[in-house]
Design a protein around this ligand. Sequence first.
Ligand code: 3PG
Ligand code: MG
Length: 396
Amino acid sequence: MKTIDDLQVAGLRVLVRVDLNVPLDGGRVADDGRIRASLPTLTALTNRGARVIVCSHLGRPGGKPDSRYSLAPVAARLGQLLGKPVEFTAETVGPSVRAAVEALRPGSVIMLENLRFTAAETSKDDAQRGLFADQLAGLADVYVADGFGAMHRKHASVYDVALRLPHAAGYLVAAEVAALTRLTANIRRPYVVVLGGAKVADKFEAIGSLIDAADWILVGGAMAFPFLVAQGHKVGTSLLEPDQIELARRYLDQAAHAGTPIVLPSDFIVAARPAADTPREIVTADKIPADRMGLDIGPESATSFAIRILQASTVFWNGPMGVFELAPFASGTRTVAKALTGSEAFTFIGGGDTGAAIRALGFAESAFGHVSTGGGASLEFVQGKILPGLAVLEDQ
Ligand code: 3PG
Ligand code: MG
């Protein structure tokens, strides 16, 4: 895989696909981790005199313009962090964008409006995506792939543009791939996988291959509930997708055969609803009241997870242990994060939410082996799946 070090860029128009899909809060960037992660590549390109065109998606606006998903606040934050103005185009492609790009001087940066304001970006139809990719490619001389978090998507800006322009990976993608390779080749054991988070459906199917790869699987967050139900427990009003219970049962069987323990929480912090001011209590996992929901793993579970993490040589963590955004339900996630920082293991944190969680809880990214900008992308990589955005870089 070529990197930007192998590309001529001086004076050239360089289209850089980044993943600046960051959480916004009232029009303000709530966590700028992904923006910071894009800086090394963007700074190197501007220092080398490239005319830099930055493009990204934000959220899932459904293929039409929607001001709630405008990248304008992200462009402003990027400008602050780069220490230079970032011009923002109100459209993604078209004559006004072409004119703005033509006026762009070497060493300057322009950012396009949300790629997903155009339905063709995410279309399943190759020809439709191709037409949009033609327009994007027409803006530039070379293409740089640095949006690791979106590389598992076969989208126009991730995949098809790379077929149309000389291309290379940015530094973020190179660093992500180097770190992920430590989870797929010559893994130092014991290898502990910690899974959590609320978006269970996105991750559930990854468990099958992680059971084969890992020595221990620790499950917290909403991910734990289908397993508890599969074991015959009641989980009250906790987040639960019933269609996952059968799969959880099969994973428990698979894990028993493989000799890979799936460790579930033995206690939970429960409340009537996810709010900071609601009365809460600690209950054992088999005693979640019918009118309460589990919002964090309990202290006994957190300690037992931490002990296993401290014995590991490699740790992959994806998904918070509870509703960490609310202080009363952050301790499970904090205890797990603290164990990772205290362990001798190579620690890999995957998932936009998990990265945001450790930053929000005040941990320095440098205390971990690698903090990935990709959730779905890193999970697919560790399962051995082919990421379209990476494959297209390696092919030529
Ligand atoms: C993410 O945040 O997971 C990436 O930016 C990809 O977004 P998507 O899941 O909407 O494709
Ligand atoms: Mg996602």
